[in-house]
Design a protein around this ligand. Structure first.
Ligand code: SF4
Ligand code: SF4
Ligand code: SF4
Length: 479
């Protein structure tokens, strides 16, 4: 029997799933199933004697290239030096914030007055700014196979005339390009003319809608305080009635979950109602980073959400007879599947000396937002309340140095990105990190964001291992 620790601290993450033991080896990006004695040894559990066979197994893992202690030396996104050339030819999607005005006053809207600095203003985009943005897209996208043009608000349909002019500009100036149009809308301003235009131009429409009437209407109200549920449902039915095929292919729903509610009721609502049967649904949780009203997650929400994921996984494994699965959690299942897809075993031998954690994108390259003033942001999900996130302007172009800086944000704290086991699967992007350099900001939540990312990555690994153990995947990613 031995008690020594014959190697420096390996860069790994250990986790248990029921009575099974796993290691995520960060350097090789591999998940390995371990015997219990080896798991205990690696986790520094001194309550068990260390046997020869344990040490032999550990040596075997090391001989196989695992258990290296190397961590990232320098935060440097691999695309940093190429960014300027990418911006010249590879832009492919911009979204125009046509207006900050809206016919609604949702409680969680950044313009609702519950957030710092902003209330619904009168600002809207000038035609000149919109056309300059489109011209910018056309000039900087010669290598993009296809282009996407999005419309965003406030409520973009308040600016229907401007939308038509933008589409006309693209048709006149880029007739030879493949262009997809999309719009995020509250779907309360719809008439036959708008609908036929959207169908004719094959618009993809993302509708903000939160579920059962009392839940939807709690936040999503018109200016006069009346809930918008009935109007949205009527308009969804109208689109489906006029062109069911278009509805199925082009309309999807975005739910903003209020974690002070439960999850099951919302989930059941979307499963049971025929109007949502064939369309895709995505969701996120209310962001309160800049809000004066902080949210407390209800225990009911956490418990129901976790249980619903478990049940959906059992359903996917064909273990539940009287359950039809969850439309909402198909979205989550895809995250689990994608977490290991494309990760070929043994292709990485060690983590690079210089890299950025995985969540950060080249800002604006794949889905730039142009605000009403013509400012450029990485995407529409980044808060425009954050001055840090402005990467340029349609009139002056992109500020390359600032964009490179955003790509290389470094978190300074005892366990930062360089030594964090989640660095190659982290989902923290500029959307959540846009205030990290304001360390004295009262809402700075980097510690809790990182803890929650690591916890959800750990959950995703466990769910992945469970699916894999029960032969859900055609190809194994665990050894
Ligand atoms: S519909 Fe959108 S822009 Fe309008 S108040 Fe609601 S969240 Fe804000
Ligand atoms: S969880 Fe936090 S510390 Fe870890 S890689 Fe992501 S951002 Fe960095
Ligand atoms: S959501 Fe995050 S990763 Fe995606 S484009 Fe926006 S900033 Fe980049």
């Amino acid at each position: 029997m031995h008690s020594e620790k014959p190697f420096p601290q390996p860069f790994i993450h250990l986790y248990k799933m029921f009575s099974e033991f796993y290691m995520y080896d960060v350097n090789t990006d591999r998940i390995i199933k371990l015997p219990e004695n080896v798991f205990n040894y690696l986790s520094g559990d001194n309550n068990h004697p260390i046997s020869e066979s344990t040490l032999r197994y550990v040596r075997m893992l090391k001989d196989d290239g695992l258990l290296k202690s190397k961590t990232i030396k320098e935060i440097l996104h691999p695309a940093t030096d190429l960014l300027a050339s990418y911006y010249e030819t590879k832009l492919r999607r911009i979204t125009l914030q046509l207006t900050q005005q809206c016919n609604m006053r949702c409680g969680y809207c950044i313009y609702s007055g519950n957030y710092e600095q902003r209330e619904h203003g009168q600002k809207k985009m000038e035609l000149k700014t919109a056309l300059t943005a489109l011209e910018y897209l056309l000039r900087h996208s010669s290598e993009a196979e296809s282009l996407q043009l999005g419309f965003y608000g406030g409520e973009p349909l308040l600016e229907y005339e401007l939308i038509k002019k933008c589409v006309e500009y693209m048709e006149d100036n880029a007739a030879n390009r493949v262009i997809t149009y999309h719009m995020t809308t509250n779907l309360t301003i719809l008439n036959e003319d708008i609908l036929h235009f959207c169908i004719q131009k094959n618009f993809e429409i993302l509708v903000s809608f939160d579920g059962p009437q009392y839940i939807h209407d709690k936040h999503r109200k018109f200016v006069n305080g009346v809930g918008s549920f009935e109007t949205v449902i009527r308009n969804l039915n109208q689109i489906k009635k006029i062109n069911a095929n278009y509805y199925k292919k082009n309309v999807s729903i975005n739910i903003v979950l209020d974690p002070t509610n439960g999850f099951v009721e919302i989930d059941r609502y979307f499963n049971k109602n025929a109007i949502f049967k064939d369309i895709s649904i995505m969701y996120s949780v209310i962001q309160d980073d800049y809000s004066n009203n902080k949210l407390e997650y209800a225990d009911k929400f956490r418990t129901e959400y976790k249980y619903a994921i478990f049940k959906h996984i059992l359903y996917k494994l064909d273990w539940l007879r009287d359950y039809e699965g969850s439309k909402l959690l198909e979205f989550h299942l895809q995250t689990i599947v994608n977490s290991r897809e494309g990760k070929e075993l043994g292709t990485r031998t060690e983590i690079p000396d210089a890299m950025q954690h995985s969540g950060i994108c080249p800002p604006g390259l794949s889905r730039m937002l142009i605000s009403v003033d013509g400012n450029m942001y990485p995407c529409e999900r980044v808060s425009e309340l954050s001055e840090n996130s402005i990467i340029g302007n349609v009139y002056s172009g992109i500020d390359i140095k600032k964009a490179q800086g955003l790509m290389n944000l470094e978190i300074k704290k005892p366990e930062d990105c360089k030594t964090c086991w989640a660095c190659t699967c982290c989902t923290a992007c500029l959307v959540v990190l846009d205030s990290i350099d304001k360390v004295d900001h009262p809402n700075n939540k980097v510690e809790s964001i990182c803890a929650s990312i690591r916890a959800s990555t750990d959950d995703i690994f466990k769910d992945y291992c469970f699916l894999e153990k029960h032969d859900y995947f055609s190809k194994s990613h665990i050894v």
